[in-house]
Design a protein around this ligand. Sequence first.
Ligand code: NAP
Length: 522
Amino acid sequence: MICVSITEATHQEALQAIERCAPAADAIELRMDLIAGGDLPQLVAAARCASNRIKVIVTCRRKEESLIPGAGVPVTKKNEMTKIAKMKLLKQAVAWGVDFIDIELAAGEKAIAQLQSFCRKQKSLTRIIVSWHDTSKTPSLTKLKEIFWSCVKTGADLVKIVPYACRMSDNLKVLSLIAYAKAQNRDIIAMCMGEEGKISRVMASQWGSHLGFAVLPGVKQSAPGQLTVQIMKQIEQLMKGSFHIARPVPAISDALTFVLLGNPVRHSLSPLMHNTALAAMKVEGHYSAFCVSDAGAAMAGIRGMNIRGASVTIPLKTEVMEYLDEIDADALALGAVNTIVNDSGKLIGYNTDWLGLMQALKNKISLSGKTFVIIGAGGTARAAAYGIKKEGGQPIIVNRNQEKGKALAAQFDCPFYPLADIGKVQADALINATSVGMYPQIHRSPVDAVIPANYQVVVDVIYNPLKTKLLRDAEAKGCRIFSGLEMFVHQGAEQLKLWTGREAPLALMKKTVRERLEKFES
Ligand code: NAP
């Protein structure tokens, strides 16, 4: 739907503009803050007479959200309205049965609630748009989402978010926001103002924005970057004729490149898993592995090349932390980052290892009140202990190196046993968080073959081979087993969620990695 803003300086000119735009526009927005001496009932009646299908929006924009450097429509003292006058006028618009009234989020919850209550009392069909404008910049996508939810929380029928584009990439943030709102089943009007924002005006309605805004030829713009209604219509026709976007394309803000950083990375299955998932998610992006030894240089590369996201593996998980702008609380507590999100130049670190392991565990066993022996005292053992504690379980650390094992146990206030004493330990489940048994040492296990008999569930974080010697021994003793494949796929899915804001195709990722490993093993 294309809406023309009626921004004329006088009531007479506004009446003429309504007549001129009625045949082309789907909606008109009466900018009552700009039409000096505008008689609302007459303007609404004129719109209804000109076309019985045209929607009418009534707006009294406050000057803070209207004054744009370089815009053609200044707000003069003469037509600036008091808050009381604005509320009165919006209520009058409801009484006249307009389709929408627009009130800024900045007007406050009380004012918005008053209008909602008025609509209810009037049994009115008028819908309330809660809007937010930034006339100088486009904030981050995260901030835009926060604003979106603030608008939603007011009970808005429709949310309108219009920032000012300073650069082309700002358009992508706003288009991403539309895709995000659509994914939440929320109606939204969003685009960017400014010359750099023109492309968002063209794309917004294709992406799912409820309305696009345009001007009449030869008429001053109500916001810079507006195209004429004819051009917008032509583009709309062209789009309809040439291709059809059934669903919004993925919500990615800037770059579409993803990398794995670590050493070694040559045999990693992350590129296979992530590229398969990206293709299935229809995200135009690529994931590649880079063998890296200098964390600082790698972080500079992510910023410089505008790489959207990175996986971080051994030996950089701790080292990268000092180069990041922000670290998520869980990653900070774990002292390790395995995922980086580049949010328009701001690098944010996360840890999805513990989340992946917890999701995999939760599918097999309830964690609360259960005891878990964790063999190992490295990063993965710490992730396991952290997650188990968080889920209400009790970790027990078992490690070869006693000093390291005791230190980890002290950190989580849990018991420690030397690896040699594992036969003395009782618990519900056993988790191997060491590299013992990993390819090519496939005939090794961190514990004697009889040990798994002490547990109902045995878990290995290793996924190559799919069934380690520990798991084969455990299976022979009748234990429920599961391999590191589950953890690997879940932690990868969490990474994709952080990078794209969307659910990853977990089953496909698992199948793809499993098939590759089976092929490798045969
Ligand atoms: P790490 O920090 O180097 O820790 C390795 C641990 O293994 C140490 O506690 C070490 O014990 C123990 N260990 C090594 N060799 C041993 C041996 N011969 N006997 C007994 N203990 C031994 O490694 P990490 O980052 O925690 O990784 C551990 C494993 O998890 C790796 O195989 C990795 O591939 C896997 N992993 C899997 C996933 C997944 O998604 N499935 C994700 C992350 C990691 P000491 O303290 O005594 O040296």
